[in-house]
Design a protein around this ligand. Structure first.
Ligand SMILES: Nc1ncnc2c1ncn2[C@@H]1O[C@H](COP(=O)(O)OP(=O)(O)OP(=O)(O)O)[C@@H](O)[C@H]1O
Ligand SMILES: [Mg+2]
Length: 321
């Protein structure tokens, strides 16, 4: 655990640390143990439905540890993404959700552990193999903006033109089909500046599925959306997953929306999996930590403040930083 993590799990909380490991709730301790995982003969915790077997996992993560500098983000995490399912990864801000997606897509390398995607060990792939694997992953990243000088059609056509030798007539057909799938075929000539936030997100989604990926990684797909476009996106993610036989991972702290479309949920914090299970099971979970997160309560085991020295000491310290 990194500096100050005990601030997130104070000694009087059910999640204080022992040897760097949060303790206090037997059920969730088991959830964060290496035996508990979504696939492969696991002992799922807080789960009411049987989980897929090992061969049904598109992504299999074992013993993942990763630090940003001295800050430990993941500490021996196990996680599985069943093929064909929508798996949600939730957790408080700064807990490592975006980092997890970057590890799965090979943009970051783990310090320890393995990340298998469709049987390929992402952590040890060379550049060319990683490039090929990434082409099979659609990504809708938190900051994933459209190319502002290209219209909607050309934004969606971009990956097809960059990565394939398809002739223009076929590119056109594919782009129109992808735009149709997100309900924006009629908006093909608009520029990004003429789109609402929700429409832009859907165009980015059409671009993410342009190359017919086997999976889509969504990073906070609902952020900044009004309730209507949020509802549209929620439905779209589920429909695309099922109609195109995709596997989806949705990283979000929009608890209700994400839970409504997920088949399986992981809740992560403090570098560990804190709970895992179906939405029904997670919703029924009683531990203080999971309740605080799921119910959006300001007070509970998780602290609002990023770990820091005492305010008075900080204010009295000389210096400009
Ligand atoms: N490039 C980086 N260098 C150093 N630290 C980083 C870097 N990127 C992220 N971090 C740190 O790693 C931690 C996890 O960041 P990450 O972006 O994965 O969190 P998150 O769960 O996606 O948060 P949010 O919900 O706010 O998007 C944070 O404490 C962040 O400060
Ligand atoms: Mg993030």
């Amino acid at each position: 655990m990194g500096r100050g993590d005990s601030e997130y799990f104070p000694a009087d909380s059910p999640w204080h640390l022992r040897d760097g490991v949060p303790i206090g709730d037997a059920t969730l301790d088991a959830a964060s143990s290496s035996a508990a995982s979504g696939c492969a003969g696991a002992v799922p915790v807080a789960t009411v439905a049987p989980l897929p077997t090992a061969r049904d996992c598109l992504v299999r993560i074992r013993g993942l540890s990763f630090s940003h500098g001295s800050r430990k983000i993941f500490d021996r995490v196990d996680l599985d993404l069943p093929r064909g399912a929508v798996t949600a990864v939730m957790g408080p801000s700064g807990t490592g959700k975006t980092t997890l997606l970057r590890l799965i897509s090979g943009q970051l390398r783990p310090d320890a552990g393995t990340i298998e995607v469709d049987g390929e060990p992402v952590q040890s792939l060379g550049r060319a193999a990683l490039y090929n694997l990434r082409r099979r992953m659609g990504m809708l990243f938190q900051s994933g903006a459209l190319l502002t000088d290209l219209n909607v059609f050309d934004n969606v056509a971009y990956p097809l033109r960059e990565h394939t030798d398809l002739n223009p007539a076929l590119v056109r057909k594919l782009v129109l089909l992808k735009l149709e799938a997100v309900g924006l075929r009629g908006a093909r000539d608009l520029m990004p500046s003429e789109l609402s936030g929700g429409m832009a997100r859907r165009v980015a989604l059409a671009r993410a599925i342009a190359l017919d990926p086997m999976m889509i990684l969504y990073d906070e797909p609902f952020t900044g959306q009004d309730p209507i476009s949020m509802g549209v996106l929620v439905t779209l993610i589920r429909q695309l997953n099922d109609a195109s036989h995709l596997t989806s991972i949705v990283v979000s702290h929009d608890v209700r929306e994400t839970a409504s479309i997920a088949d399986f949920i992981y809740v992560i914090a403090g570098g560990r999996v804190m709970a895992q299970g179906t939405p029904v099971a997670i919703t029924a979970e009683r531990s203080a930590w999971v309740r605080q997160f799921m119910d959006g309560l300001p007070n509970g085991p998780v602290h609002f403040h990023y770990p820091a020295p005492a305010l008075a000491a900080d204010l009295l310290t000389r210096g400009l930083g």
